[in-house]
Design a protein around this ligand. Sequence first.
Ligand code: PBG
Length: 329
Amino acid sequence: MSINVRFPAYRTRRLRQNEAFRQLIRETTLTVNDLIYPLFVRHGRDLRNPISSMPGQFQFSVDQLLKEAREAHGLGIKAILLFGIPEAKDEVGSEGYHRDGIIQRALKSLKDALPELLIVTDVCLCEYTSHGHCGVVKGGYVDNDATLELLARMALSHAEAGADMVAPSDMMDGRVAAIRESLDANGFVTTPIMSYAAKYASSFYGPFREAAESAPAFGDRRTHQMDPGNALESLREVYLDVTEGADIVMVKPALPYLDIITRIRLEFSVPIAAYNVSGEYSMVKAAAERDWIDGDKVMMECLLSIKRAGADLIITYFAKEAAGILRES
Ligand code: PBG
């Protein structure tokens, strides 16, 4: 039987017939310059403690962190994002802004050894507080304005220890302004702020809380992180952070919030980072371990989709693996 359908003259398959054509017209490509590699650092020596819920990720002591950072830099990765696990926690997260805290120590060693690698630091109190909340708790509620002062001190102490950029992830109102003011007043006018602007109250952070030992002892983070049902609100968050002085805004998590990345891309010209969070990483790893999916291909497709949605930068635990694949291709 012959089928006689009338086509338009345009056939989309013409430009898909071989890899050369496909490459010629590809709209989005991922490069190693898009990637930021998150790393966990703790006190001690010669430690490389595996994080069971994140296969391939570790808590490093400073000496081992240097090795890992050197390897990442050797693969072409331009920036890492540091999370610290303190020696001791207290109500107000004192180690977070102590000049001899874990992040401050790691910064000094990294900057000595690898001056060209950009070091971004997470600014939030949850890893440092005994109750695991992102700020000062008063009557079971995270007190916004009392927390701002501590965040500003923390960001400043990171800058003093050598951080190239600070990344507040706490979601307190006014933290970007507070941090900007404290950096500027102390001579760090050139230190950029990457704000976690649209950070959702997400269950995808589960593995991270094991990695960073930062699960809240009671309650949750829904009084400050965004409600997953809201999209327009992300534009208000970004507007406020940009107005307060944010240089890069972040959407987090990435894959379940690609629509948010695109909306922000259409409304703002500021660089956008997307955080491909722990749960997104661990899901791919778990399915790949069972041979249910091809882990490398799914990883690359996930990262590409985040870029295609409109992100300029991707923070991802896959950074080293992806850099390796990008180098071969
Ligand atoms: C807070 C912070 C979190 C993550 C990054 N910074 C956890 C949270 O808000 O509970 C999550 C990152 C991930 O899941 O990979 N300091």
